[in-house]
Design a protein around this ligand. Structure first.
Ligand code: GLC
Length: 516
């Protein structure tokens, strides 16, 4: 049995809820969600039972990557409101007992950022070295074979005609990579952290944070990897030094400020190294899980690998099944609402910090976005569809929002589901409320229970509390033998709740059991 970690840190026990602000709630009538829209719905999130919010970027930006191209780290984009709106959001959230972390985009800025405008103005400008510049080869070649994201394997370099050098961009050419090897740049980025820490944020989700350090030689990758976006391969030792400095900075503030890193390396072993010896990231997203099919063996394997590796690194696991970059779990897994509910039990029943993505609680699918309405350079519009709040069109938005709604916005709206005790929304709420009451679920050990290959079953326990979680991936009824007597605390099928568990589990059913 995996050792029970005695969790003291809030971020180990919390359930995070990701808000993609453009699509959450619009208070201004612009058709784009904003900070006041978030503040207006904090009560709903408290009712739902989440503990912490992660808010995707709302900083000043030309929005070529919808806010992940920041042109001023310390300003709110007017589309989202003002700094005063943000202060009010934090104040209200804290008063309601919600923690708030914000997105920090340290690996690149927008090409509109004043730092880049200065850097590209001349080869000897004060901030030239804050970005990564290289001369063209003798025949004008790019400096190496790294590919950028969103470009079908196109180069991660763009020639700046004015100064005759290439600059590095792991994403769009409008997102130049910062040069963390430069100490002044590091100091300036530390200042951006302090700016928000001083305003009271509880921490940060650090965007592609494994991409801040670069191999000093900028060596080409083997030819077979050259079409893979370099941001999925970049893994330079020096990043660990930068992360230790950041951890120290966070530690200099009271109240356990934290950082969860987007370490997009798709290899748990590599990802795990970014926790250092407890002196780098507090948490890192476990991305292999976001690519898994609805398949018991695949999940068993991923869970075993994750726990095995992270235990060796003494790191606390995280789980995520949807976010603003990938298809929603319901769309990806297929199988309709039953499977979407079962996936919620998986996410919230494992040992580790779960990150929900807004709209999961409504069982939303991706929107089918017609060609002419597509706006994202990475093709991710479908999972970013707006949240339907009300039954009546335009569903709590003042006008048609910036992207179309996902299917069945009226019946899946918060309003419709809140008045139906058997809705996905109420199911999430029961699961979250139950999780909060059970130390076994938020901090307990994890132990597999024997089952046939179509089920996953595990026990979570502390000295004084125990839960069993069972998830069926089968299309027909299955049975399981448990030692001891249990009752169904939470079930994807509402009528089963409160019943004595008789060892039978119906198709695609997922349950949390409590000893009686
Ligand atoms: C991260 C973000 C993604 C963004 C990219 C570039 O992967 O999650 O949305 O496009 O970084 O900043």
């Amino acid at each position: 049995m995996a050792e029970a970690v005695s969790s003291v840190a809030w971020w180990e026990e919390a359930v995070f809820y990701q808000i993609y602000p453009r699509s959450f709630s619009d208070s201004s009538g612009s058709g784009v969600g904003d900070l006041r829209g978030i503040t207006a719905h904090l009560d709903d999130l408290v009712w739902l039972g989440v503990d912490a919010l992660w808010i995707s970027p709302f900083f000043k930006s030309p929005m070529r990557d919808f806010g992940y191209d920041v042109s001023d780290y310390c300003e709110v984009d007017p589309l989202f409101g003002t700094l005063a709106d943000f202060d009010r959001l934090i104040e209200n959230a804290h008063a309601l007992g919600l923690r708030v972390i914000i997105d920090w985009v340290p690996a690149h800025t927008s090409s509109d950022h004043a730092w880049f405008l200065d850097a590209r103005s001349s080869r000897d400008s004060a901030r030239r070295d804050w970005y990564v510049w290289r001369d063209p080869g003798p025949n004008g070649e790019v400096p190496n074979n790294w590919a950028s994201a969103f470009s079908d394997g196109g180069p991660a370099w763009t020639l700046d005609q004015h100064t005759g050098q290439f600059y590095l961009h792991s994403f769009l050419s409008e997102q130049p990579d910062l040069n963390w090897a430069n100490p002044d740049l590091r100091a300036a980025m530390h200042d951006t952290l302090r700016f928000w820490l001083d305003r009271g944020v509880d921490g940060f989700r650090a965007d592609v944070v494994h991409n801040i350090g670069k191999d000093a030689a900028l060596a080409s990758v083997p030819a077979k990897l050259e079409k893979i976006p370099h941001c999925a391969l970049n893994d330079a030792d020096v990043t660990h030094d930068f992360l230790r400095d950041i951890r120290e900075l966070l530690g200099s503030y009271a109240d356990q400020r934290m950082m969860v890193g987007e370490v997009f390396l798709l290899d748990v072993e590599r990802m795990a190294t970014y926790h250092g010896r407890g002196d780098e990231l507090h948490l890192a997203f476990n991305f292999p899980a976001i690519f898994l099919p609805w398949d018991a063996a695949a999940w068993r394997n991923c869970i075993d690998t994750t726990y095995g590796v992270l235990e060796r690194h003494r790191a606390w696991p995280t789980w995520v099944v949807s976010n603003h970059d990938f298809s929603r779990q319901r769309t990806r897994f297929g199988g309709g609402e039953d499977r979407a509910r079962a996936a919620a039990v998986l996410l919230l029943g494992l040992r580790g910090t779960p990150f929900m993505y807004m709209g999961e609680e409504l069982g939303l699918e991706d929107a089918d976005v017609p060609e002419e309405a597509r706006v994202d350079p990475g093709g991710r519009d479908g999972c970013r569809a707006p949240i339907p709040w009300e039954v009546e069109s335009p569903h709590g938005w003042q006008k048609e929002p910036w992207l179309p709604f996902s299917p069945k916005p009226a019946e899946r709206s918060w309003q419709a589901q809140r008045s139906d005790p058997d809705s996905v929304l109420h199911f999430y709420r029961r699961l979250l409320v139950h999780r909060r009451q059970s130390p076994a679920l938020w901090s307990g050990s994890f132990e597999w229970l024997p089952t046939d290959e179509h089920l996953l079953a595990w026990r979570r326990g502390t000295d004084s509390d125990e839960r069993v979680v069972i998830i069926s991936f089968a299309d027909e009824q299955r049975t399981i033998d448990l030692d001891g007597d249990y009752q169904v605390a939470v079930s994807t099928k509402l009528p089963d709740e409160g019943q004595v568990f008789r060892g039978e589990i119906s198709p695609t059913n997922a349950i949390v059991l409590q000893p009686v």
